[in-house]
Design a protein around this ligand. Sequence first.
Ligand code: ARG
Length: 587
Amino acid sequence: MADMKTAWKAIVARALAEYVRQKGLSLSLPAADGIVVERPPKPELGDLGIPMFPFAKLLRAGPNQVAQALAEIIAADPESSGLGAAVAEGPYLNVRLARRPELSRILDAALSPGWGKTQSLSGHRVMVEFSSPNTNKPLHLGHLRNNILGESLSRILRAAGAEVRSINHINDRGIHICKSMLAYMRLGGGRSPADEGLKSDHFVGKYYVLFNELKEKEPGIEAEAQDLLVRWEAGDAEVRDLWQRMRTWVLEGIAQTYARTGVQFDLYDYESDTYELGKDIVLKGLESGVFYRESDGSVWCDFEDIGLDTKVFLRKDGTSLYITQDLGCAVDRHDSWPYDRLVYVVGNEQQYHFKVLFEALGRLGYDWARDLHHLAYGMVNLPSGRMKTREGTVVDADDLVDEVSALAKAEIEAKGREDLVGNLDAVAEKIALGAIHYYLLQVAPAKDMLFDPAASLSFNGDTGPYIQYMGARATSILRKHGAGEGNARKGKADPGKLSGDSDWALLRLVSGLPEVIDAAAAAMDPSVLAAYLYGLASGFSTWYRENPVLNCADFDVAASRLDLVSAVKRSLEAGLALIGIPFLESM
Ligand code: ARG
């Protein structure tokens, strides 16, 4: 059975043609697949809502009047009757779908292996750059937001059929790296992270903080760090040796944080390899007149015509800058894997940088520059105040996961559920990830936000743990059935038994998953999926309070509802995986 949305688009297109014929108008009408079909805000209004505004404009009639006329035409269309009924509701044509065929179709789809995968981006290649930390210190709270945005976006794009490569652009050279090295040279005494009993990235981060303390007493130390950078650039063996050791410590530590939080990359770029890329591109652009040379020898581009200032691309000594490197990397990446889109998940303080980068690439004649996208996200603050990303008090990512994990563990213990959950520490950690990832993704990326650890863990609100809990509830019903409990095994599942309003409302929630995946992929916004999963979880909660499954006296209804529970479980499982939230079989 073809999908109902498509079927109804065709019915409406036919009705429009009939309307035009009756009125004796001659106009060209929109193609069926161009007709917008929404979901009405409340299920009482019907299952599909088709706004009349675009047609009203075309037909030079009021939208309410068009809705009325189309409803009448459709009522007389014999092909529509098996698919549902359309009623005019103000400027909307609302459709109540015929339930029986839709129930079978959705349950079949939701219980088959491809559920949670769509085709909307098949054939599309997308590269997603995210995380991109600096190797002078561990990850902080801002990275947790970045990481889950990038990871989740990569998974959503894959689920929508795209071929995705995730890439981590590691900033492992520069003055900030030399600062932690210098502090270590002064104060480290050759010790290793193990000697100090510290996680290796935290160990390096400690020396970065110590550098700032040294600087208070000894302002000249800044110049020393500069010297170290010069020696690094010259390839000084001793400096490179220490650099390599400390870099490995940070990268190993950060890799543990990635593993712990379920973040993965297909590719890594290291700034130590790429920092001189882009110079030749700038020189070519100088020849073609995209860039110009100042009298001191530096190379610039003028973006004032688009309100963006002039920007330097090569210093007067010929050395490159952050932007130069990004030019080179974008071109290199496109050469080695021609992508349809490259998304940079980077904080919104770099908005100007990416505008300039994309504009410069366009002017240089790379036509794919229009397919570059900066997924800019806002700051994450803690209730206690603003977190700093450069120096000073930073909320460490590992510490935050530890803290939320400990809170989750305490909560399980307070409820006396230790035996139920199995491995207490592992489950607490999974709940913590559910709490953190959901809380960070729930807010649209562009907005600044406040991270409240206690609120993120609330078991009865719009939170990750609440959704995890509903997944565990569904699993528990299925588990009991599997163990021989209940009436479902005495009956025969028949989708036709689920046509009651509450069963139908839940099935409609389930059926939304593919559309939501496509919408989240198109908007590059995981919060769309987060909101859907909360709606599904709370819809399930309402439903199962009112509708017994295993104890249902009608055995066939029990068996049919059990299928609906499976469909809910599979949808939650598939959806949660796309936003980096572990599914819990019991909690
Ligand atoms: N490491 C940089 C920072 O901490 C972010 C890198 C963003 N990626 C890029 N291709 N420019 O600010």
